[in-house]
Design a protein around this ligand. Sequence first.
Ligand SMILES: NC(=O)C1=CN([C@@H]2O[C@H](COP(=O)(O)OP(=O)(O)OC[C@H]3O[C@@H](n4cnc5c(N)ncnc54)[C@H](OP(=O)(O)O)[C@@H]3O)[C@@H](O)[C@H]2O)C=CC1
Ligand SMILES: O=C(CO)COP(=O)(O)O
Length: 331
Amino acid sequence: MKTVIIGSGSWGTALAQVLQDNHHDVIIYGIEESQVRDINENHQNSVFFEGVQLNPELKATTDIEVVKEADIVLLAVPTFAIESICQKIDFLLTKKVIVINVAKGFHPETNERMSEVIRRSISSKHLSSVVSLIGPSHAEEVVIRLLTSIDSVSQNLEDAKTVQELFSNHYLRIYTGNDEIGSELGVAIKNVMAIASGIIAGLGYQDNTRAALITRGLQEMIRFGTYFGGKYQTYIGLTGVGDLIVTCTSVHSRNFEAGYKIGKENDVTDFFRTNKKTVEGVRTAKIVHKIAKENNIEMPICEEVYQILYEGKEPKTCANDLMLRELKQEF
Ligand SMILES: NC(=O)C1=CN([C@@H]2O[C@H](COP(=O)(O)OP(=O)(O)OC[C@H]3O[C@@H](n4cnc5c(N)ncnc54)[C@H](OP(=O)(O)O)[C@@H]3O)[C@@H](O)[C@H]2O)C=CC1
Ligand SMILES: O=C(CO)COP(=O)(O)O
């Protein structure tokens, strides 16, 4: 089975290397000629992984026609690019493929989950199923083969198992699941919590505050996810609390890093002026704000992050408001 990975960024490269390590037929498609050349000639992707030597067998191409040979297509591009890339590959595909998604968030205009976007954008004659390969996994650690566990989630459990077997090895352990809604909503919303975690760190708060944020953030994820049909159980798994912990506590998290800068400066302006990285939680905060409002779901931490990012509210005031809002019983 041949896998084509779309996206020569950090996660696409790390996951392609997993398949190469597992001796599978894999190639990366990238739009950045310099990244593709770096992988093929230097066995590095130095923009994302400084000083890391990749599996020398790993290959990349700038020719999108390579998807014509694919049995599996893995999408490793940011959420805003998923629809356009699906339309592009649908035009080229000649047979049914499994599409693996790793992007975390929503469609920027329609607010659909990623699996919904993919099913809408690729015709059924080319799509066997959508599998989400998601969980607590910073590419910087997977690329140097540090032990990691994530989930392979799909409405089609057979295809989820195929993906599980393809990627599993001594440093990457995969579990399967079929709670597509719960898992996708969990990994999307945890990015907003990671921004919040960065903000409180930037403001100078420490371990007690972070523990409270993670715990109360998880409650918000459960409230939102179960409202739309996600299973409670999913949130004590890798795509719930697992991914929440890793992004709220890791130096690798771009969402945490963004929040840290905003908290440190007690202002969002400079972040928006300078950021060039993929920080999915920024768009997700806006979408969660809208959906929560429409459906009357209480999401106080997400709401404060939205206020900071889009309404110019001062981070210090947000932290204060969260502490002093109306007292509640647990949950
Ligand atoms: N990095 C990680 O540790 C993890 C990331 N994810 C998720 O994976 C998704 C991808 O993130 P990640 O790899 O980190 O992001 P990066 O920013 O590292 O890489 C994204 C890559 O996609 C490329 N790209 C953008 N648009 C297109 C397009 N239309 N066609 C082809 N390539 C395109 C970018 O090119 P260019 O450089 O030119 O913009 C870049 O090479 C995100 O949703 C993220 O949340 C999930 C788990 C772990
Ligand atoms: O989703 C991730 C780890 O599981 C990556 O997080 P960041 O996008 O914040 O870097």
